[in-house]
Design a protein around this ligand. Sequence first.
Ligand code: SF4
Length: 374
Amino acid sequence: MHSPSPIVRRKSKRIYVGKVPVGDGAPISVQSMTNTRTTDVEATVKQIHALERVGVDIVRVSVPTMDAAEAFKQIKQQVSVPLVADIHFDYRIALKVAEYGVDCLRINPGNIGNEERIRAVVDCARDKNIPIRIGINAGSLEKDIQEKYGEPTPEALLESAMRHVDILDRLNFDQFKVSVKASDVFLAVQSYRLLAARIEQPLHLGITEAGGMRSGAVKSAIGLGMLLSEGIGDTLRISLAADPVEEVKVGFDILKALRIRSRGINFIACPTCSRQEFDVIGTVNALEQRLEDIITPMDVSIIGCVVNGPGEALVSTIGVTGGHNKSGFYEDGVRQKERFDNEQMIDQLEAKIRAKALMLDDSKRIDVSQIEDK
Ligand code: SF4
C-alpha cells in the first residue's frame, strides 16, 4: 500500500552463501550469530532453530578449536539455514569445516600465515564453492596500521580491508564479501562509504558491539539506516548484547522501515493520548507477539481515534480507527461496514490479519522463502 522504497542500491557482485544470494540486487539478507558454546551441539542447534523461526537468512557460528570444528559437523547436519564459520588465524580449522560443508568462511586471509597456508584455504574455498567474508573490526586492526594512523580511522579500516582484498585478488578469487565494522556509528559509516567506492564486492554491514537491546538497536538503526539509504549494503547483522533472536527482529525492522525488504507485519500505531478509545499499546504488544509467525508482508495500522486513524488506514492493508465502544475497520484502504468491539479488539484483529495473510499468500502465490525487495 505504501509506495516502494526510493533507495537505489549500489551495484555489487553476486556471491552465494549456501542457497542465499548476496549482492547484485539480491534481497538484503539478515544474519545473526550463535552465542552458545559451539561444542554444546544441542544448545547451538536449538538456538539456530529459534533464529530460523524468526526468519534469519544466514547464521554465523564461532569455531575457535578443532573440537568446535567437530561439533560444527554435527550442527551442520541438523539445520538447513546456511552457516558461516567464524575462524581466526588457524587455517586447519578452515580446511576442516570446509570438509564438513560450511557455507561461508569468515577469515581474514592476511591473518592465516604464510603464502602456502593462504593458498591452501583459498584453493579449498574455490574447489568447494565456498565464499569468504573478510571481516575488519576497528578494535582489532593490524599493529602497523594502528601505529600509522594512531587510532582507528575510516582510512585505517579501509587500508586493512584492502590488504586482505588484495591477497584474494592476487589469487584470482572473487567469491568474497567484506565488512568494516566499528562500534562508533560515524567511523563505521564513513569506512563503509570509502570501501563502497573502492570495490564491487558485496558488503556485509554491522555496527559492532553496538550495545544492549535498546541502545544497540538505536545505534544500528542510525548507522545502517544511513548506509542503506545511500544504497550501500548487501547483507547485515545487528550486534546486540541480547538474545540473537532480537538481532534478527531488529534487522528486519530496519529493512521494513526503509521499505527495502518486507517480511511480516509492519505495525503503524499511535503513541496514544487521552483521546484513545481502546487500549492501543496493549493491542500492539499483544499482536506483535501473537503474530510473530506471519511472514506475509503487510501494513497494519492501529490508531486510537479518528484524528489520524482514517488517514493511516487508507494506506494500510488492515487498519483500525478507535471509536466509542466500537472501532472502525478498514481493509485495503476501504472502510468496512463491520466494526470491532473495543473489548474484543485483539482477538478480532488477529483473526482478520491471519485471514488476510492467507488470502494474500493464495492470491499472489508468494514463495515465502523468496520474498523479494519491494
Ligand atoms: S491518534 Fe488519537 S489517540 Fe492516537 S495519539 Fe493521536 S489523538 Fe491520541
